[in-house]
Design a protein around this ligand. Structure first.
Ligand SMILES: *Cc1c(COP(=O)(O)O)cnc(C)c1O
Length: 421
C-alpha cells in the first residue's frame, strides 16, 4: 500500500498544526492517511487507497458517508442562505421532532457541539438546583471543557484532579467521579455530598473507552437514587442518541433521565448539540431564566435542515432494525473467531457499536485499562493495511452504518480472522 502523499503532508502539517492534526485521536502513528473523498461505507485517501470505514467520523455517520437525503436537504438550505441571526421555522420543527421521540425532553436549546451541550446542561442543572457539585463516571467523556476533563485514578468519592494541563484544580474541585456499573459507589457519593450534588452525568453506554454496556438494573438504580436525593440525572447521549433507537439509550433501556444531551448522529455529519430536559428545568435557560447560554451558531439553519433529514431517513429506511441486526451478526462472528483461536479476548458492544477488547470483558474504566494496548496497536495497523479502517485506539468504539453491506461485513470478518491469528 502506497501512502507517500499522506506521509509528506503530515510532515508539512506538523509545522503548522500541533501534533499535525486538529483533534488528538486523529494522530495515528507514524502518520495518518489524508482523505480525498468518502462515499457510503468507504473512505479513500489521497494516494487512492480505499478502506472500509468503521470510524464513521467517530460516530455521527449512522447513515454512512455522503447520504443523498442529507446532501439534498443541506443544498436546499444553502440556496436560501446559511446564517441569519434570527429564529427559523426549522428549529421549531426539529425541536418538536426531538420532543416527540425523547420522553425526558419537553424543551430544547440547540448548540453546535456535544461539548457545548454537556457544559450547558451542567450549568443549567446547577442553576436549577442551586448546588455546585456533579458526579461523573470514571472514564466517561463529556467533551473537552474544564470541569469534565477528569477521568483517571481515584476511588469512589475522591475529589477530581484535572486530566489536562491548563485546568486549575479549583475548576474541578466540584467534579466527583465513581466507577461505572457500581451502584454502591454512586449511592455513597451522592449521600456523602447530598446537600451539594446538583447532577449525575453519565453515558448510558460508555462509548469513549470502547463500548461498555450497563449491567442489568444499573441505570434503573441510578434513576432511583438520583430521584430520592433530588439530584438531576443527565444522560449524555451524544453517542447513543438516535443510534441505539430513535429515542436513544433511554428508549432502548427504558430509563428516563431529567435531562439529555444529544449531538453527533442528529447532525448527519454537520455540527450540532442539543440540551434537552423537563420544562421546569429548561425554563431556567436565558432568556427565559437566569442561566446564561448563547451562541452565534446555535440553531444553525444548515444543521437544523440536516437534522430533520436525518430523523426522516432513520424512520423511512427503518435504519435501527437494519444496523442493530448487522451489529448482532458482527458480534456473534467475532465472538466465534476469538473462541476458535483460543484467545482470552472479549467482544463487547450493543446495537451498531462493537469492539474486540484485548483482555477480559470490561465493566468499567479500570477493567478496560488492563487490556493489551500494544497488541491492539499492531492489530490496528494490520487491519489498516488490509483496507479496514478501525478507530486507532483500544478505547474507541467501532461504528456500523446503514451503508455497510453484507460484502463489507464478510471482508471485515475475514480480516479479523487473519489478523487476530
Ligand atoms: C463526542 C462526545 C462529546 C463531545 O461532543 P463534540 O461534538 O465532540 O464536542 C460529548 N459526550 C459524548 C458522550 C461524546 O461521545
Amino acid at each position: 500500500m502506497n501512502t507517500e502523499r499522506s506521509k509528506k503532508l503530515f510532515e508539512e502539517a506538523n509545522k503548522v498544526l500541533p501534533g499535525g492534526v486538529s483533534s488528538p485521536v486523529r494522530a495515528i502513528k507514524p502518520y495518518p492517511f489524508y482523505t480525498g473523498y468518502a462515499n457510503g461505507s468507504r473512505i479513500t485517501d489521497i494516494d487512492g487507497n480505499e478502506y472500509i470505514d468503521y470510524v464513521m467520523g467517530y460516530g455521527p455517520l449512522l447513515l454512512g458517508h455522503n447520504h443523498p437525503a442529507i446532501k439534498e436537504a443541506v443544498i436546499k438550505q444553502l440556496s436560501s442562505g446559511w446564517l441569519y441571526g434570527t429564529p427559523t421555522e426549522l428549529e421549531v420543527a426539529l425541536a418538536r421532532e426531538i420532543i416527540k421521540l425523547y420522553t425526558s425532553i419537553e424543551m430544547v436549546r440547540f448548540v453546535s457541539t456535544g461539548t457545548e451541550a454537556t457544559m450547558g446542561a451542567l450549568r443549567i442543572a446547577r442553576g436549577f438546583t442551586k448546588k455546585n457539585k456533579f458526579i461523573k463516571i470514571e472514564g466517561g467523556f463529556h467533551g473537552a471543557h474544564d470541569a469534565a476533563l477528569v477521568k483517571a485514578g481515584s476511588g469512589a468519592t475522591t475529589l477530581g484532579t484535572p486530566d489536562s494541563a491548563g485546568v486549575p484544580l479549583d475548576f474541578t474541585k466540584n467534579t466527583l467521579q465513581v466507577p461505572y456499573n457500581d451502584i454502591e459507589a454512586m449511592t455513597s457519593s451522592i449521600e456523602a455530598y447530598r446537600d451539594d450534588v446538583a447532577a449525575v452525568i453519565i453515558e448510558p453506554v460508555l462509548g469513549n473507552i470502547g463500548p461498555i454496556i450497563p449491567k442489568k438494573g444499573y441505570l434503573e438504580d441510578i434513576r432511583a437514587v438520583t430521584e430520592e436525593n433530588d439530584v438531576v440525572l443527565i444522560f449524555d447521549e451524544v453517542i447513543t442518541g438516535f443510534r441505539l433507537a430513535m429515542g436513544g439509550a433511554q428508549e432502548y433501556y427504558g430509563v428516563t433521565p431529567d435531562m439529555t444531551t444529544l449531538g453527533k448522529i442528529l447532525g448527519g455529519g454537520f455540527h450540532i448539540g442539543v440540551i434537552g430536559g423537563k420544562r421546569e428545568i429548561m425554563e431556567n435557560v436565558s432568556p427565559a431564566g437566569a442561566v446564561y447560554q448563547a451562541g452565534t451558531f446555535n440553531g444553525s439553519p444548515v444543521s437544523m435542515a440536516s437534522g430533520l433529514a436525518v430523523i426522516d431517513t432513520l424512520k423511512r429506511e427503518k435504519v435501527h432494525e437494519k444496523v442493530n441486526r448487522t451489529g448482532d451478526l458482527m458480534r456473534i462472528a467475532l465472538t466465534d473467531i476469538v473462541a476458535d483461536l483460543g484467545l482470552a479476548y472479549s467482544v463487547s458492544g450493543v446495537s451498531s457499536m462493537f469492539k474486540v477488547f484485548f483482555g477480559d470483558m470490561p465493566y468499567n474504566y479500570q477493567d478496560a485499562l488492563r487490556c493489551d494496548k500494544e497488541k491492539f496497536n499492531s492489530f490496528f495497523k494490520r487491519m489498516l493495511s488490509d483496507g479496514i479502517f478501525l478507530p486507532p485506539s483500544q478505547y474507541e468504539t467501532n461504528f456500523l452504518s446503514l451503508a455497510h453491506s453484507q460484502d463489507d461485513i464478510d471482508k471485515t470478518i475475514k480480516a479479523y480472522q487473519r489478523n487476530l491469528k
